[in-house]
Design a protein around this ligand. Structure first.
Ligand SMILES: Cc1ncc(COP(=O)(O)O)c(C=O)c1O
Length: 395
C-alpha cells in the first residue's frame, strides 16, 4: 500500500491486503463466516491469545473480513488503531469507554448531537456517575469559557449538526480542548472522510455510524471507531468484554460500500446542492438549510473546512405545524419516509417524532427545531425529479 495514494485510490484498495497473502488470492474480499480458528499448536494459540503474535482465535477477538474493513477505515481517517462495532451507537459507547471516564469525570456534548447520542451519555453513562453537560459548539466564546471552567475529560461533537446543518469550526475547538487536556471525539457520520479527516486536524477519536454513507444501501448496521495508538488496548478490551462486534457479512458490505463511497457521496452532495437551490428559489418554504447556500449561518466555515462539498442533507422549514408536515409526507411519491440517512434512496425524516423525539418542545426550540422542520437525506435520483416531487407535496 503506497502511502502517497489518494483517498479515491484508498477507497478501492485499502484493507484488501489483510486477506490477500500468497500466490493465488481472490480479487474481492472473502467473507470469513467462522466463529473460531484452529490454531496449529497450543503454543501458537497461547501467543495469539496474548497478542504477542498476530492471528485469529475467536471471532469476538478478531475476524479477517472485519479486520479488512477496519484497516480500510484506519487508512481513510489516517488513524493508528480502530475497531468495528455492531452499530454506530456501540461505536460512540466504545469511544466513551476508550476515554477512560471515571466517576465524577465530566463529558461535554455538543447540544446539536444526534438525539440518541445525548441520551446514551445522559442515561447509560450518567447513571454510572459520569457528569454530562451540553454546550453550543458554534458559540466559540461560550465554549472556551465552558472548557476553561469545567475542564471536561472528553467531548463529543458532529461537524455538521443534525438537522439544521450548522458547521462547527473543528480546528478551533481542538485548539481550545487541547489547552485544557480534553479528549476530542468527532462523530464523522454526516461528513465522511471525504469532507473531513478529524484525526488529521488533531482530534483523538473518530466514530462513524457505518449504517449511513459507508454502507449506503440501507442493508447493514454497524459502526467504527478510529483513533490514536494510545486507545488501542481499551478499544479492543471493549470489544472482547462487552462483545458488540460487527459480523463478517456486515463488514463485507461496508468494505464493498467504501469502493463506491466517493462516487456516491460526491454525487449525493451535488444533488443536495441542486435540490436546495431549486427549493429555495421556489419560495414555497419558510427556510431551506444547506451548508453551501449563501444565506447559511455557518457557510463561511463550511467553505473553509469541507473542500467544496456540502454533504447530502437538506433541511426544510415547512409552513404550518405538525398536521401540515404529516400531509406533506403523505403526498410525497418519490421521496420515502424513513428514520435514516446516507442511502442511495432519498428519504425524509421528521425530527419531532424521530431523531429528536426525546427532547421536549422547549429543548427543540432552543436548538432551532420546530414542528415544521423536515430533514431530507438526498440520494442518487435525478434532482429535478426530487424537486418536482417535493414541490408537488408542498401544495
Ligand atoms: C450522526 C449519527 N451518529 C450515530 C448514529 C447511530 O448510528 P446507528 O443507528 O448505526 O447506531 C446515528 C444514527 O442515525 C447518527 O445519525
Amino acid at each position: 500500500m503506497d502511502p502517497r495514494w489518494s483517498m479515491e485510490t484508498l477507497l478501492i484498495h485499502a484493507g484488501n491486503e489483510v486477506v490477500t497473502a500468497g500466490p493465488h488470492h481472490p480479487t474481492a474480499l472473502p467473507i470469513y463466516a467462522s466463529t473460531s480458528y484452529q490454531v496449529e499448536t497450543p503454543e501458537l494459540l497461547d501467543q495469539v491469545m496474548s497478542g504477542a503474535v498476530a492471528g485469529y482465535s475467536y471471532a469476538r477477538h478478531g475476524n479477517p473480513t472485519v479486520e479488512a474493513f477496519v484497516e480500510a477505515m484506519v487508512r481513510l481517517e489516517e488513524g493508528e488503531s480502530g475497531i468495528a462495532t455492531a452499530s454506530g451507537m456501540a461505536a460512540i459507547d466504545a469511544a466513551f469507554y476508550a476515554c477512560d471516564l471515571g466517576p465524577s469525570d465530566l463529558l461535554l456534548l455538543s447540544r446539536d448531537l444526534y438525539g440518541a447520542s445525548l441520551n446514551l451519555a445522559a442515561t447509560v453513562w450518567g447513571d454510572s456517575g459520569i457528569r454530562v453537560m451540553t454546550a453550543d459548539f458554534c458559540n466559540l466564546d461560550q465554549l472556551q469559557h465552558t472548557l476553561q471552567v469545567y475542564q471536561p475529560k472528553a467531548l463529543l461533537l458532529e461537524m455538521i449538526s443534525n438537522p439544521l446543518l450548522k458547521v462547527v469550526d473543528l480546528p478551533r475547538v481542538i485548539e481550545m480542548a487541547e489547552a485544557v487536556g480534553t479528549q476530542v471525539i468527532v462523530d464523522n457520520t454526516f461528513t465522511t472522510p471525504l469532507m473531513a479527516q478529524p484525526l488529521v486536524m488533531g482530534a483523538d477519536l473518530v466514530v462513524h455510524s457505518a449504517t449511513k454513507y459507508i454502507g449506503g444501501h440501507g442493508d447493514a448496521m454497524g459502526g467504527v471507531v478510529v483513533g490514536k495508538r494510545r486507545y488501542h488496548d481499551r478499544l479492543h478490551q471493549y470489544l472482547k468484554l462487552r462483545g458488540g462486534v460487527l459480523g463478517p457479512f456486515e463488514a463485507w458490505l461496508f468494505h464493498r460500500g467504501l469502493k463506491t463511497l466517493a462516487v456516491r457521496f460526491e454525487r449525493q452532495s451535488a444533488n443536495a446542492l441542486d435540490l436546495a437551490i431549486n427549493l429555495q428559489d421556489s419560495g414555497r418554504f419558510d427556510h431551506v438549510y444547506y451548508p453551501l447556500l449563501p444565506n447559511h449561518a455557518t457557510g463561511a466555515i463550511a467553505h473553509q473546512l469541507f473542500g467544496g462539498l456540502g454533504g447530502a442533507i437538506v433541511t426544510l422549514e415547512l409552513k404550518g405545524g405538525r398536521d401540515a408536515v404529516y400531509s406533506f409526507i403523505k403526498r410525497l411519491k418519490l421521496v420515502g419516509s424513513a428514520t435514516t440517512l446516507g442511502d442511495v434512496y432519498t428519504l425524509c425524516l421528521y425530527p419531532a417524532i424521530a431523531s429528536h423525539r426525546n427532547q421536549t418542545p422547549d429543548e427543540r426550540a432552543e436548538m432551532g427545531i420546530t414542528d415544521g422542520t423536515l430533514r431530507i437525506a438526498v440520494g442518487l435520483e435525478d434532482p429535478l425529479d426530487l424537486t418536482q416531487d417535493i414541490l408537488n407535496a408542498a401544495q
